[in-house]
Design a protein around this ligand. Structure first.
Ligand SMILES: *Cc1c(COP(=O)(O)O)cnc(C)c1O
Length: 228
């Protein structure tokens, strides 16, 4: 199957999951995850309508963005190191992986230097697994309250990566937990903070994530095939 066929199929699957949950399919954004994917195949995806691309690593993204030009919007979905923030704010329209106040401060500082308001999501370690990055769920509201006063970042919502399961249904409680946390933080009406976006769901579990309220699904394998 071509990338274009894969995209079509995936969009259909997102739309049926949305309708199944009584949601408007257009409220869910597809992020095509292009890590390890070469530039020709990325071009194919963009030509087939993939307008938002996700990368894990700043350096890999930088090389691709330079080659591809301003054809798509790029999101950073992987962990961000402090020494890469300077580049990240230049490259990405949305950073999904803010997980500490120090990192939020550094993003704010580097964004201010280029007179940008950087849109970000707060990454939550919803399962509490020690192997996972992300802020603990119990600390998320506090982090967001503190980061809200930073003038050059704008918090748009939450992101998570649940544990991996062969059966996507098992991820459902984690998606639901993130959605509940988002609702709870949203109800605090913290000035300047939006909880409008929920970035959750990958190739193996995105339909369940959509049913639980995802507004962004991050999909690599179902679009580009397996990675080495
Ligand atoms: C790689 C990656 C994805 C995409 O994973 P697939 O299972 O290939 O869809 C999504 N989110 C993050 C944070 C990733 O690192």
């Amino acid at each position: 199957m071509s990338i274009s066929d894969n995209l079509k199929k995936v969009r259909d699957r997102i739309a049926s999951a949305a309708r199944h949950a009584g949601r408007d399919p257009s409220s869910i954004k597809l992020i095509a995850v292009t890590k390890t994917v070469d530039i020709e195949r990325i071009r194919e995806a963009v030509a087939a309508g993939a307008g938002v691309l996700g990368e894990n690593r700043v350096q890999e993204a930088k090389e691709k963005i330079e080659k591809l030009g301003p054809l798509a919007s790029w999101h950073l979905i992987g962990h961000l190191q402090a020494n890469k923030v300077k580049y990240a704010v230049k490259l990405f329209d949305l950073i999904h992986s803010i997980d500490s106040f120090q990192l939020a401060q550094e993003v704010d500082k580097q964004a201010a230097k280029i007179r940008k308001i950087q849109d970000v999501l707060v990454e939550v370690n919803i399962s509490g697994e020690s192997s996972k990055v992300g802020i603990a769920a119990v600390d998320a509201a506090n982090l967001i309250g503190k980061a809200a006063v930073l003038k050059n970042i704008s918090i748009k919502g939450l992101m998570t990566i649940p544990p991996f399961f062969d059966n996507a249904e098992k991820a459902r409680p984690y998606f639901k937990k993130l959605s509940d946390l988002s609702t709870r933080i949203g109800s605090e009406n913290i000035p300047g903070v939006s909880m409008g976006e929920l970035s959750m769901g990958m190739s193996g579990d995105f339909e369940v994530a959509v049913e639980e309220g995802a507004t962004m699904v991050r999909l690599g394998t179902v679009i580009f095939g397996g990675r080495n």
